[in-house]
Design a protein around this ligand. Structure first.
Ligand SMILES: *[C@@H]1O[C@H](CO)[C@@H](O)[C@H](O)[C@H]1NC(C)=O
Ligand SMILES: *[C@@H]1O[C@H](CO)[C@@H](O)[C@H](O)[C@H]1NC(C)=O
Ligand SMILES: *[C@@H]1O[C@H](CO)[C@@H](O)[C@H](O)[C@H]1NC(C)=O
Ligand SMILES: *[C@@H]1O[C@H](CO)[C@@H](O)[C@H](O)[C@H]1NC(C)=O
Length: 706
């Protein structure tokens, strides 16, 4: 049954479930600091843009309608309802009479946390008179946060990923991940509605179920979602095996599955839905139409499904507008292009009408949405160097958290580790190992080869251990544990190889007395854990810690010397499923700490300075958005968690659809402020748009050649 959750609050800002997670801090004093990596996160900057659907697309009529600073995505053009307009400050109401502003609801990532904003934008006339781009680059804008991560009443911040908002009369309908599903590897993604006037919030998704990509019908009465139903996530990271369900927007009741296998629904009228799925006949991802019965029972059998877009083009993330049976908007990937573009699809002529490729052929354009009168299409795209504006490249990006005693940062690099006093950070930036002070100063490259993992010697000053060689390589590939004297004057002798057997040796971590190193090695044909002399390397003594025909890896020695934490697939060797284990350095006391669930991945455990907790990365919270709508990641899951050594107090620190990993726990507190390393010269939107979309199916028996 669906339990409606009702939370009343005076402001419009949601005090989502900030209950059990607060003030559980393992370090006294100022609190803890954790830094982690997000794959590729600093490599893109999205803004929302719009084009007219009635004028030929051109550079001069593409308008950027978000701020050019935050990461802005997943827009929605609402019908300006009284409840929405009443949120605006008075003076903007007056201004509204003299112009026709654009109303936009969208997701915005500010200070590392996503919020839903409502903007009113002047200068973007929705009628025929298009203003020049230069004028519109800086439109006047009123911004109203609708849902944010910060609750002013409690002073708490709440991280939760919010995706694809829409408005139904008085209610904002959106996705949030703030409630623990309670099951490993089960998504926390659920649809909520919040009454704008009162802040009354209800969960519309039943417990135990994950819903994505909600869309509200023109009347507001019905919401359609892509959902796992009872099936759950099985680890898929390309297309999700979701079905489309429809339920009452008011309270989530009358929930019915209407389409098997489909995603990203949108409504034209109360009985017509569009959605995407990969064609089982020809393999092209295409847009389909579902016609629900006007009367009689609503079941998957009573729904008529028709294919809309033809093979030969991948067409997905459709957008509709109320009662527009003439055209829809879609994103496409055409054979031969690496870029995703927004196009219209003429439903009468059955043909595509290209839009964004004619404006910016070498940019990605994502998740289109249409205005209620169909005159505009919106989408998000890399902002480029709008107005010569350069966003700072953040070395440490502060992420707001659920507690005030935790500083959480995203680092622009991977495998960070702290020097014993916390005054320096070593990290990897392929190819090379760098050291830098936490304030961003003194950045230097200390090793210029392919390397991964870093760990500081706790006793010998300025000694950093790393693994030199390729990542994710076989047991037989040569990877060596190296030590780097980062302050050595003579760089030619600063690097020493501690393993020399030509096999795959990696993830070194020193014992607290600096005498030994635990690492993983594939020397017997399987990756197991070994301990060797820290100064002389394996020639100074080598002990085997674990043994078995499986993979033990990513080991970390506790600061009190009692435990070594590691990730292992020993319960299902070769399955790709990793769980966290603990073992004493003398080989006794082996136990499992985190159960990942079937096929789950839990990796990169790192001890807290007091040795009582671990931070790690896991797919424990499943996937938070349809990957095709969120393409800038190799795998769109992986969040940062902490847990006590007895398995209690599991806390989720990140809520996003990115791949977060390689955390480090600082020995001292770093104040929660952004650290800028350098100015960015170019906006680099260098991600690959869903590598799996490059696999084009055959058309009429022959492979499409690019
Ligand atoms: C981020 O936080 C700082 C300080 O808390 C604040 O001044 C700034 O406006 C915030 N940035 C955004 C984009 O909200
Ligand atoms: C929406 O629901 C209301 C109240 O139940 C009803 O009066 C109205 O007819 C419904 N609209 C449509 C289009 O179904
Ligand atoms: C192994 O190490 C643990 C933790 O230090 C200790 O409690 C235990 O007695 C040791 N066992 C043996 C057999 O040395
Ligand atoms: C940015 O451009 C300036 C001037 O052209 C140059 O000196 C600087 O090195 C560049 N910075 C980066 C990070 O490329």
């Amino acid at each position: 049954m669906n339990i409606a959750q009702i939370i009343f609050f005076a402001s419009l800002l949601l005090p989502l479930h900030a209950t059990t997670l607060e003030h559980q801090n393992s370090n006294a004093g100022d609190g803890d600091t954790i830094i982690f990596t997000t794959l590729g996160r600093s490599r893109y900057e999205f803004d929302i843009f719009t084009l007219s659907t009635t004028h030929p697309p051109s550079d001069s009529n593409e308008l950027r309608i978000t701020d050019g600073e935050s990461v802005n995505f997943n827009g929605y053009f609402p019908s300006p309802t009284p409840a929405l307009i009443s949120l605006l400050p008075d003076e903007t109401l007056i201004q509204m009479e003299d112009s026709s502003p654009l109303h936009l609801i969208y997701v915005t990532e500010r200070n590392g946390t996503s919020s839903i904003y409502y903007d009113l934008i002047y200068g973007g006339d929705s009628d025929s008179k298009m203003k020049r781009r230069s004028v519109l680059e800086a439109p006047s804008r009123v911004q109203v946060p609708l849902l944010s991560g910060f609750d002013h009443q409690s002073g708490m911040t709440v991280n939760s990923f919010k995706d694809k908002p829409s408005l139904s009369g008085e209610f904002l309908v959106y996705v949030s991940t703030h409630e623990n599903s309670g099951e490993p590897r089960t998504s926390w993604t659920a649809v909520y509605s919040t009454e704008l006037k009162t802040g009354l919030t209800r969960r519309l998704t039943p417990s135990g179920v994950a819903d994505f990509s909600p869309a509200v019908s023109p009347s507001g009465n019905l919401t359609a979602v892509a959902s796992y139903g009872e099936r759950g996530w099985t680890g898929e990271v390309e297309e999700l095996s979701t079905d489309i369900y429809v339920f009452s927007t008011r309270d989530g009741t009358h929930r019915v599955k209407v389409v098997e296998h489909g995603g990203w629904p949108c409504w034209v009228d109360e009985t017509t839905l569009y959605f995407h799925r990969r064609s089982e006949e020809d393999g092209w991802i295409s847009v389909y139409r579902a016609i629900l019965p006007e009367n009689g029972p609503l079941t998957t059998e009573s729904v008529t499904i028709q294919r809309v877009t033809p093979p030969g083009v991948h067409a997905f993330t459709p957008a509709t507008s109320p009662n527009n049976h003439e055209f829809i908007a879609v994103a496409t990937r055409r054979p031969g292009s690496d870029y995703r573009h927004v196009e219209l699809f003429d439903l009468k002529r059955n043909e595509f009408i290209e839009l964004t490729r004619l404006v910016a052929p070498k940019s990605y354009h994502l998740n289109p949405f249409l205005s209620p009168d169909s005159s505009r299409v919106g989408y998000h795209s890399c902002r480029g160097e709008a107005n010569g504006r350069r966003s700072p490249l953040l070395f440490l990006e502060n992420i707001q958290t659920t507690t005030t005693d935790l500083s959480l940062f995203r680092i622009d690099g991977s495998f960070p580790s702290f020097s014993p006093g916390g005054d320096r950070i070593a990290y990897v930036k392929m190819p090379g190992v760098f050291v830098v002070k936490p304030d961003g100063s003194g950045q230097r490259e200390v090793y210029n080869g392919m390397a991964f993992s870093t760990a500081w010697d706790p006793v010998r000053p300025g000694v950093v251990y790393s693994s030199s060689g390729p990542t994710f390589a076989t047991e037989r590939t040569e990877v060596d544990v190296i030590s780097i004297e980062v302050d050595a004057a003579d760089k030619s002798s600063s690097v020493r190889r501690l393993t020399t057997n030509g096999k795959n040796n990696a993830f070194p971590w020193p014992s607290p007395d600096g005498k030994r190193i635990v690492f993983r090695s594939g020397r017997t044909g399987h990756k197991n854990l070994y301990i060797m002399d820290a100064e002389k390397g394996e020639s100074g003594g080598l002990w085997r810690l674990t043994e078995g025909a499986w993979t033990d890896t990513m080991c970390n020695w506790s600061p009190d010397g009692e435990w070594i934490a590691f990730a292992s697939d020993r319960e299902s060797p070769g399955s790709g499923s990793f769980e966290l284990f603990l073992i004493h350095p003398n080989g006794t006391g082996l136990r499992k700490l985190i159960q990942s669930g079937t096929g789950g991945r839990t990796n990169h455990p790192i001890f807290s300075p007091d040795s009582k907790s671990l931070v790690f990365t896991s797919d424990y919270a499943g996937i938070s958005a349809e990957p095709i709508s969120n393409p800038h990641h190799y795998q769109p899951y992986g969040d940062i968690f902490t847990v006590k050594l007895d398995g209690s107090n599991l806390r989720r620190l990140t809520h996003n659809s990115y791949e977060d990993g390689t955390p480090a726990w600082a020995p001292r507190f770093i104040h929660p402020n952004n650290v800028v390393l350098q100015r960015r010269n170019n906006s680099r939107c260098s991600f690959e748009d869903c590598h799996w979309l490059n696999k084009y199916p055959t058309l009429k028996g022959r492979k499409i050649s690019c």
